[in-house]
Design a protein around this ligand. Structure first.
Ligand SMILES: Cc1cc2nc3c(=O)[nH]c(=O)nc-3n(C[C@H](O)[C@H](O)[C@H](O)COP(=O)(O)OP(=O)(O)OC[C@H]3O[C@@H](n4cnc5c(N)ncnc54)[C@H](O)[C@@H]3O)c2cc1C
Length: 190
């Protein structure tokens, strides 16, 4: 099973690629591998691709992917993944009783913060129930002199927000030591 990071190490193009998850990463890789020549099956649990987007975006993306030859299946949840010992194929069982087979599987079902083994509870740094570091509007964690920014702080998972957050974080972390902060805007709201 591949992730969006490891699949870039594939040494040859899979003839049939299964992708679990129709979010941004799943759609992006479905399109990419379809263009490369793989037969791609995209499996999405909710009733639309990109569930955070409006229905018209879903419709447009579905149309593009379908035109590229992607077999887009929404409203089907995977219940089990196994490898067929006889053929070597990956088999995904679906909750409608059917199954799909492919040569490789890309799991694109979301990313989680890797915070559980850092013993943050001994430091006063609180986590949300999903493992994100709890921060205030200035990216301050719940312990003194600790800040968190980016994906681990539960922000929108986009690089575009990173430089601002980094600057904001450094600014506030340096403030007790007298670093000028007047050029750093307040946390953008809305
Ligand atoms: C396939 C894919 C496509 C994407 N495409 C886009 C896109 O087109 N546009 C966009 O804006 N965003 C995109 N993103 C999201 C974007 O990459 C992330 O939101 C962004 O990288 C988050 O930055 P970060 O610094 O919070 O985390 P990361 O970039 O993940 O950096 C975290 C760093 O911390 C290190 N680390 C982890 N644990 C520890 C530890 N215990 N100790 C020390 N170091 C540690 C990691 O090795 C890593 O280097 C994409 C993400 C993926 C997975």
């Amino acid at each position: 099973m591949w992730t969006s990071g490891t699949i870039l190490e594939l040494q040859r193009m899979p003839e049939r690629l299964l992708i679990l998850g129709g979010g941004y990463v799943g759609c992006e890789f479905a399109s990419m591998f379809a263009i490369f020549g793989s037969h791609v099956t995209l499996l999405q649990g909710p009733d639309q691709l990109l569930p955070r987007e409006d229905a018209d975006i879903d419709a447009a993306v579905s149309e593009v992917l379908t035109t590229q030859g992607v077999d887009v299946r929404v409203g089907v949840r995977a219940t089990e993944v196994r490898r067929d010992a006889a053929t070597g194929e990956v088999v995904v069982l679906l909750d409608d009783g059917s199954s799909v087979r492919g040569e490789e599987l890309l799991a694109a079902t979301g990313r989680s913060p890797v915070t559980s083994e850092l013993a943050l509870d001994t430091t006063g740094v609180e986590l949300t129930d999903r493992g994100f570091v709890v921060v205030d509007d200035h990216l301050r964690a719940t312990a003194d002199y600790v800040w968190a920014a980016g994906d681990v702080a539960g922000s929108p998972q986009a690089r575009s927000s990173r430089p601002f957050r980094w600057r904001c974080s450094v600014d506030f972390s340096m403030r007790p030591y007298g670093t000028p902060s007047s050029r750093t805007p307040a946390w953008p709201r809305g």
